[in-house]
Design a protein around this ligand. Structure first.
Ligand SMILES: C=CC1=C(C)c2cc3[nH]c(cc4nc(cc5[nH]c(cc1n2)c(C)c5CCC(=O)O)C(CCC(=O)O)=C4C)c(C)c3C=C
Ligand SMILES: [Fe+2]
Length: 512
């Protein structure tokens, strides 16, 4: 069951009052980092090394095929709400009168072309997407308005080309229903809710439904296999702020499954889809498997400690190992797509890698979207249209694309298992003892984990810019930065004086 949509078509998420005392605790994302980072560029040569396959529900660390210790973690409770027990000691299993709920967290997408600008506003108003310097934080919403208005025409074109809106809500609702059925089939009578970060049904709407239904134990499951500050982190941070303000929720036990890319069922489901698609090629063994992940600005990983890149690389390794077991020994590569703005994002970039592979004489390429489990604009437009065209123009002769997981049965069943495995930990994982925390990576409350890697809330270069011009990358970067500074000054003047070009265009005031 997904949360009912709000009748309002308002352009921003319902505001959640914030307690300034919690600003530190609300900072940043939730996750443990891999204890070592992998080489950033994959050249398609199969890698070897130590590997200890992680059991899906294992706690603690394990050794990856590259011989690195990679953090493994158990589901986490949102800190403020958790009870303190000894590490690794689950509370009693969930029985009796408990009403179990599962909250699926996802990004959300505009359902019509009219939704595009307000959807973009919500996205850019998120401090986990654009982190402004402290001094300028009050400009977050005007800036979001400004960027969303400027970006909307380009985005609308994209959404128009895939049928006039994002399929994300429909697919996520279908996943929620299949997950519910799978849980019931496994004797766990749970209700499943959908809470989106930037569009309907908003997380706040899902929470209202959870309260109306009297849920007593909640499993929070972001639908992103790998953790990033900009996705699961942002959704969990919002959730934590909602929980803190609500008496009912403060007393509701819950746990969080922060990422699940290493789960056997997920890995097998991905391998199934790749295997199927390889069969459509004349010479399957000659196909280069091209994993394309959504990018994040490099600073998220290098400065804020986002575990996204390490998790992504580990995930690709696990999928390739599974394929190897099935005797598919293809070359593979991982690249990052969908960058926005002038700052550096995770490399290698998908477009540049496609061109390189073409130059190296690769003739068959199979694209695998890896960071998201539903079809969306970046699979249906960016991969299927733009990258396919680029590949064919770069000398690739045969192009294929693996579908997103959607409601693939192995995958859904594995999500249900993940939920069931997490139930004993509902409300049972807050550990304040540092030593204990180190033994089982990463026990501890959300705020402890947040503090562990992003306590200083470093300012990050904004990942988006308003426009780009110039002849070189560096010129574009500096033009972008200068433009941003200029616009910030203008915005400050506009907001303080109530006059200026945005008022003339009707962009401001924002809150009519
Ligand atoms: C794991 C997936 C994703 C990460 C990481 C991510 C980071 C990220 N995204 C933007 C900017 C935009 N994202 C947009 C759409 C969009 N993003 C994801 C996933 C991740 N984003 C999805 C699934 C979608 C599509 C939703 C849908 O409508 O189906 C958009 C809007 C589309 C566009 O105009 O291109 C923007 C903008 C940033 C800046 C960022 C990291 C900081
Ligand atoms: Fe995105």
């Amino acid at each position: 069951m997904s949360a009912a949509s709000s009748p309002s078509s308002s352009s921003c998420i319902p505001s959640v009052p914030r307690n300034p005392n919690f600003s530190f605790l609300l900072s940043r994302s939730v996750l443990p980092r891999a204890a070592c980072s992998f080489p950033s560029h994959r050249n398609g040569i199969r890698c070897s090394g130590l590997h200890l396959e992680a059991s899906p529900s294992s706690l603690g660390s394990s050794i990856s095929r590259r011989g690195c210790v990679v953090a493994r973690y158990a589901p986490q409770p949102l800190g403020a709400l958790a009870t303190s027990v000894a590490p690794g000691m689950p509370s009693s299993t969930v029985v009796g009168d408990d009403k179990i709920g599962v909250l699926l967290l996802n990004l959300g997408g505009p359902e019509t072309l009219e939704d595009v600008q307000p959807f973009l506003f919500n996205l850019f108003a998120d401090p986990d997407i654009i982190r402004l310097p402290r001094l300028f934080r009050f400009l977050q919403r005007p800036l979001a308005q400004f960027i969303s208005v400027l970006r909307a025409p380009k985005s609308k074109e994209g959404y128009a080309s895939i049928g006039g809106g994002s399929p994300l809500r429909q697919i996520t609702d279908a996943q929620a229903e299949e997950l519910r059925k799978s849980l019931w089939a496994k004797d766990v009578p749970a209700k499943v809710y959908v809470g989106m970060r930037y569009w309907h049904p908003f997380t706040e709407e899902a929470i209202e439904q959870i309260k109306r239904d009297g849920i007593t134990k909640l499993v929070v499951l972001p639908l992103y296999p790998q953790f990033s500050i900009s996705t699961s982190g942002s959704s969990l941070r919002l959730l934590e702020s909602i929980f803190r303000e609500d008496e009912y929720l403060v007393n509701m036990q819950h746990t969080v499954i922060p990422s699940w890319y290493q789960r056997e069922g997920y890995i097998k489901a991905m391998a199934n889809l790749i295997e199927e698609e390889l069969k459509t090629f004349d010479d399957p063994e000659k196909v280069v498997i091209f994993f394309s992940a959504h990018g994040v600005p490099l600073a998220y990983v290098e400065e804020a400690g986002d575990p996204y890149k390490a998790e992504m690389e580990e995930c690709v390794d696990l999928i390739m190992e599974e394929l190897e077991k099935r005797r598919a020994i293809n070359s593979f590569t991982l690249a990052y797509q969908s960058r926005v703005g002038p700052v550096e994002w995770l490399k290698p970039y998908t477009d540049e890698t496609i061109i390189d592979l073409g130059k190296k004489g690769v003739k068959s390429l199979l694209a695998v979207p890896i960071s998201f489990v539903s079809e969306h604009i970046e699979t249906l437009e960016e991969i299927d249209v733009e990258y396919k065209e680029l590949a064919l123009n770069s000398g690739i002769e045969k192009w294929g694309r693996v579908p997103a997981l959607g409601c693939e049965p192995t995958f859904i069943s594995d999500l249900a298992d993940a939920v069931i495995e997490s139930l004993p930990y509902v409300g049972a994982m807050a550990v304040s003892n540092l030593e204990a925390r180190q033994s089982l990576v990463p026990l501890g409350s959300v705020e402890e984990l947040l503090a562990a890697y992003d306590s200083q809330r470093r300012e990050l270069p904004p990942p988006v810019t308003f426009w780009e011009w110039g002849w070189t990358k560096s010129a574009e970067t500096w033009n972008g930065r200068a433009a941003m500074l200029a616009v910030l000054v203008l915005l400050v003047l506009e907001v303080t004086t109530g006059e200026g070009f945005l008022h003339q265009w009707g962009v401001l005031p924002l809150f009519r």
